[in-house]
Design a protein around this ligand. Structure first.
Ligand SMILES: Cc1cc2nc3c(=O)[nH]c(=O)nc-3n(C[C@H](O)[C@H](O)[C@H](O)COP(=O)(O)O)c2cc1C
Length: 388
């Protein structure tokens, strides 16, 4: 099946005949500047910022520049199929929306707009535990769209199980467990504005709508939001877990489980030993350990060590079609994007996310076409050359 993602290019040119230009840039790498103009300063700082002096944010991008694509010619790449299946989820291209919390600070429709745009294109979204809408509301907005659920692992087991059961009942098929944010990093952009959405009760829709969490409160979150916030924040942040606790999640989740935030090859091996189904090689977009290694730099060694045993996905720094192709060629089964779709969301909600996704998919498709790669399976490190 050919996915005509590249046709977005002609659609945009033809619209120009009627005097219509895209509402905002098609250059995903330049989106941050137009998002800055459309967003509240605190919200923009929260989305764009990273840990410390943001060395890892920059390293994530620089790592992509270390690789160059070497295109091939005369190979009949007219028809391409970018579709793939990861852990039983079929997707039109190996691109997913990363879990991004508190989306209502970006646009009032938040995760609902994101879910609708993703579902329109069949692109899987990963819903964050820190969502500003409930699991059930997002599932409804997502309709038939593929959806995974990301867990910030609450240290109250009963609340944890309740949230997992709700996610499964609402049609979320794969569990993504984020390991790298058990406590929040030092983030100067947010600190300088004293800006943390959670303590303002934003990004708390999932616990606040949870019957088990609510049962543990003296008054409902509607009656006493501060008490509810003070109970929730230490429940999902501040306590590290251990490998030995993973069987608890396996016991309470029937579908595939993916560990997000893996950067060390030994941790990837431990994930295999623990019987996990996948890992996301990610440094949280440089938002957690400043000075940490660029995510792309550890991808090849993790793929070499565990790629035969579990699904290896990738995020952190993906902006352009060339980035997608490079990460796939280095062995990722799929990539996730964070900030770029969040910036799209800031431009008109659903239509903004759709524009960013269509732009990225078109750019990916055309990069593959012009490099003579007809399918995801054909992508290999042979396509790339290390620069310098
Ligand atoms: C505003 C924002 C909120 C995020 N919230 C979450 C979250 O709730 N859960 C999670 O696992 N990762 C979260 N992340 C990290 C993303 O899932 C992803 O790892 C990262 O954004 C990828 O890097 P990129 O932004 O360079 O694409 C967040 C990222 C951003 C920018």
């Amino acid at each position: 099946m050919t996915q005509p993602f590249g046709s977005y290019q002609s659609e945009l040119y033809l619209a120009g005949l009627g005097g219509q230009a895209p509402e905002f840039t098609t250059n995903v790498a330049a989106l941050d500047e137009s998002a800055r103009l459309s967003m509240d300063g605190g919200a923009f700082g929260y989305v764009a910022g990273g840990a410390g002096n943001e060395a890892t944010v920059r390293a994530n991008r620089a790592a992509f520049d270390q690789w160059r694509i070497v295109p091939r010619m005369l190979r009949d790449a007219t028809n391409r199929d970018l579709s793939t299946t990861v852990l039983g989820t079929t997707m039109p291209a190996p691109v997913m929306l990363a879990p991004v919390g508190v989306q209502s600070i970006i646009h009032p429709d938040g995760e609902l707009a994101t879910a609708r745009a993703a579902a329109e294109l069949g692109v899987p979204m990963v819903l964050s535990t820190a969502s500003s809408h409930t699991i059930e509301e997002v599932a409804e907005a997502s309709g038939e769209g593929p959806r995974w659920f990301q867990l910030y692992w609450p240290n109250d087991p009963e609340v944890c199980v309740s949230i997992l059961e709700r996610a499964a009942a609402a049609g979320f098929t794969t569990l993504v467990v984020t390991l790298d944010t058990w406590t929040l990093a030092w983030r100067p952009r947010d600190l300088d504005r004293s800006y943390l959405p959670f303590i303002r009760g934003i990004g708390t829709a999932i616990p606040f709508s949870d019957p088990v969490f609510r049962a543990g409160l003296a008054q409902s979150p509607e009656e006493d939001p501060t008490a509810a916030v003070l109970k929730w924040v230490p429940m999902f942040t501040g306590t590290d877990k251990s490998w030995s606790q993973l069987p608890f999640l396996r016991e309470h989740w029937d579908g595939p489980i993916v560990l997000k935030g893996i950067q060390h090859v030994d941790d990837a091996r431990l994930a295999v030993e623990a019987g996990m189904d996948g890992v996301i090689v990610s440094n949280h977009g440089g938002r957690q350990v400043d000075g940490a290694v660029a995510s792309l730099d550890v991808l090849p060694e993790i793929v070499a060590a565990v790629g035969q045993d579990l699904a290896v996905l990738f995020d952190s720094g993906v902006r352009t079609g060339a980035d997608v192709v490079k990460a796939l060629a280095l062995g990722a089964e799929a990539v996730l994007i964070g900030r770029s779709f969040a910036y799209g969301l800031s431009h008109g909600g659903q239509s903004g996310v759709r524009h960013v996704l269509r732009s990225l998919l078109a750019d990916t498709d055309l990069t593959m076409a012009l490099s003579a790669q007809r399918s995801v399976a054909e992508l290999s490190p042979d396509l790339l050359r290390r620069n310098g």
